[in-house]
Design a protein around this ligand. Structure first.
Ligand code: FPP
Length: 248
């Protein structure tokens, strides 16, 4: 990273502790270059590598990537299997480098839905890097926020039925603890590439006070410069959490 850019972000204020990204626009990027869709996903991996590196370098603590949603299973089978193969081969290829760079790999979502091969590779990666203290790289895989909330409600109702808890014990904190993200702070900044302005069933509960940054840039073109622009934009905002500015 250039010294100038680093100075620029340091000057503007606090870094987001947790950045979450909806990596959209791979297919359209491929189409605009007259490539097949899978070429967009492959180029998207280069963006993943660069964004992970920069987040680690500047000291972001958690980075959550919406890699595969529970709705993405409805895509044509050939695309689903290409993405799953890409996921497998990328983790296999990159895990040593992630480990060397002190990155801790983790995952949220219905991991059991993944093909065996990808599931195994991810679990091995998570295990290998579990004691690392640098960036926490969280892959959202077969993830859907409504499903996550539904499962949390079911578990809480079960505990009530078993008389382990009373109605009054049910709190926001209890719900947060039942989510995949129980050990991860809420995102400070949520970036969506690819020009759509929607949240697509991603971190609905967790993003109650998150700052959103939507950009028309397609994911394969989202690199260091674009990430730093989004961070500076975030740093210029005042987060009020329901208060008035004089109270901040
Ligand atoms: C969205 O673009 C992208 C996806 C659904 C898949 C993203 C997956 C990767 C880049 C692989 C990531 C791998 C690791 C290891 C993190 P889209 O296909 O919806 O694009 P479109 O909206 O232009 O069609």
């Amino acid at each position: 990273m250039s010294k100038k850019l680093r100075k620029q972000i340091e000057k503007h204020g606090d870094l987001p502790n947790h950045i979450a990204i909806i990596m959209d626009g791979n297919g359209r990027w491929a189409k605009s270059h007259r490539f097949k869709r899978i070429a967009g996903h492959k180029e998207g991996i280069n963006s993943v590598r660069e964004i992970v590196r920069v987040c680690g370098e500047i000291g972001v603590k958690h980075l959550t990537l919406y890699t595969f949603s529970s709705e993405n299973w409805t895509r044509p089978e050939s695309e689903v299997s290409s993405i799953m193969n890409l996921l497998f081969s990328t983790i296999k290829k990159e895990i040593e480098n992630l480990h060397k760079n002190n990155v801790r790999l983790s995952a949220i979502g219905e991991l059991d839905d993944l093909p065996n091969k990808s599931y195994k590779e991810i679990m091995e990666g998570i295990n290998k890097t579990k004691d690392n203290t640098g960036l926490n790289l969280i892959l959202a895989l077969s993830y859907g926020s409504r499903q996550e909330l539904l499962m949390a409600v079911r578990r809480i109702v079960d505990r009530f039925k078993e008389k382990e808890i009373n109605i009054k014990d049910i709190s926001e904190n209890m719900i947060s603890k039942e989510l995949y993200t129980s050990k991860i702070p809420d995102p400070d900044l949520l970036i969506r590439t690819g020009g759509e302005n929607r949240i697509s069933n991603f971190l609905l509960w967790q993003s109650a006070y998150t700052e959103f940054y939507m950009t028309d840039i397609h994911w394969p073109d989202f690199r260091e410069k674009e990430l730093l622009d989004s961070i500076i934009d975030y740093q210029m905002r005042q987060r009020r959490f329901g208060k008035i500015s004089e109270q901040i």
